[in-house]
Ligand binder design. Structure first.
Ligand SMILES: [Fe+2]
Length: 175
């Protein structure tokens, strides 16, 4: 591809909202339409808009959110890219009528091995999430030996994850 064409593509590259694979009211009564409207429609949209206004003219222009999170120092660009990436993972993991009640295969086996049972994993994961002060994320992460760990991070710090939950969504659900 010639340089001018590549430059034009990079200049016009914008970050977009993920398209939800379900209706805004499809997760009720677990997550209300009001919460999705607010959390997805306003909250995530703000991070996407911020990124689109912050990135042009910087060394991050033309980079994916994953590339920005992997390379940017702490600051507004990293924070907004991290929140876009985390929220994309968060919103795309839900299904209104999941075909299974718990993970199967390698993930299901690893959860049973490292947490005793899926029920116990849920208990520990929920305890980590509600124990976060302020805004943050609870993660199910895997280490280099394949062992699963529950971790929690404030703001937008990112882990390679299997599941995540976003604690500030509880605020909107309780409002
Ligand atoms: Fe959020």
């Amino acid at each position: 591809m010639n340089t001018i064409l590549m430059s034009l593509i990079m200049m016009t590259m914008t970050y977009e909202m993920p398209k939800l694979p379900y209706a805004n009211n499809a997760l009720e009564p677990v997550i209300s339409q009001q919460t999705i409207d607010f959390h997805y429609g306003k909250h995530l949209q703000t991070y996407v808009n911020n990124l689109n206004s912050l990135v042009p003219g910087t060394e991050y222009e033309g980079k994916t959110v994953e590339e920005i999170v992997a390379t940017a120092p702490d600051g507004a660009i990293f924070n907004n890219a991290g929140q876009v990436l985390n929220h994309n993972l968060y919103f795309l993991q839900f299904a209104p009528k999941p075909s299974k009640k718990e993970p199967a295969g390698k993930l299901g086996e690893a959860i049973k091995r490292d947490f005793g049972s899926f029920e116990n994993f849920k208990k520990e994961f929920n305890a980590a999430a509600v124990g976060l002060f302020g805004s943050g994320w609870a993660w199910l992460s895997v280490d280099k030996n394949g062992k699963l760990h529950i971790t929690k991070e404030s703001n937008c710090y990112y882990h390679k994850n299997c599941y995540s939950t976003d604690c500030h969504c509880f605020y909107t659900m309780l409002k």
